[in-house]
Design a protein around this ligand. Structure first.
Ligand code: FE
Length: 232
């Protein structure tokens, strides 16, 4: 890939946009032997990986497996299945609210959680929202990698000051009497929101229910899909 002839059309091209977080101009004065396709960030990651491998801190094969897991296995579909099971199975929901880490792990089919995970349930009276004010702690074992906005300074600061305003920006308008609780994640404790089960889903099985559960609904910034929005 790196040595293929390429047309240098980086602006329209293959998704270079988001990884250029450092505001450097993308003038084409880089050398085209070797790893010229790497962004600055990718080059840094590669350098770090090389040093850590040489010093024996990491096993590159294990690292590859972790990266692959994030690309192909770990994502919000895991959290969606947890929520769907909670909707369908009151005994599981009770266990989940008591100790989400244990409830998920002892189920055996919902993936593994090693962090201390806390599930919080939305009701008509009270809504929950998750943030990490300090950095970007996120329940990655059940939701995968965090969206860009989750890590933004605007979300991190405004969620605490004006959660209702932030929800409105996300298209969620709540009645004034609905209380909003904001949970600040840490390296030790992560949160997942159990949204309100959509109306008209009586009798749906867990697989069907899981299709309604959006990532944002589990962060608390969105609603699950409506029953009419998924094909049955
Ligand atoms: Fe954090």
């Amino acid at each position: 890939m790196a040595n293929e002839p390429h047309d240098h059309d980086h602006e329209r091209g293959h998704g270079h946009g988001q990884s250029h977080g450092h505001g450097h101009s993308h003038d084409h004065d880089h050398d085209h032997s070797g790893n010229s396709e790497l962004t600055e960030q990718q080059a840094r990651v590669r350098a770090l990986e090389t040093v850590l491998t040489e010093k024996g801190y990491i096993d590159p094969a294990a690292l590859d497996r972790i990266v692959q897991a994030f690309e192909t296995e770990i994502g919000p579909h895991i959290g969606a299945r947890v929520v769907a099971k909670a909707w369908a199975d009151p005994a599981f929901k009770k266990r989940l609210l008591e100790d989400a880490t244990q409830a998920i792990n002892e189920d055996g089919t919902l993936g593994r959680v090693s962090d201390h995970l806390i599930a919080v349930e939305n009701t008509a009276k009270q809504r929950h929202m998750i943030v990490c004010t300090l950095c970007s702690c996120y329940p990655w074992e059940v939701l995968g990698l965090p969206p860009v906005w989750y890590k933004s300074a605007a979300y991190r600061s405004r969620s605490v000051i004006d959660p209702r305003g932030v929800l409105k920006d996300f298209g969620v308008t709540l009645p004034a009497e609905t209380e909003i609780r904001v949970w600040d994640s840490t390296a030790e404790t992560r949160f997942i929101v159990i949204p309100i089960r959509p109306a008209g889903t009586e009798g749906w099985d867990e697989e069907q229910l899981a299709e309604l559960v959006t990532r944002d609904s589990m962060v608390g910034t969105g609603e699950p899909l409506k029953a009419s929005e998924v094909a049955r």
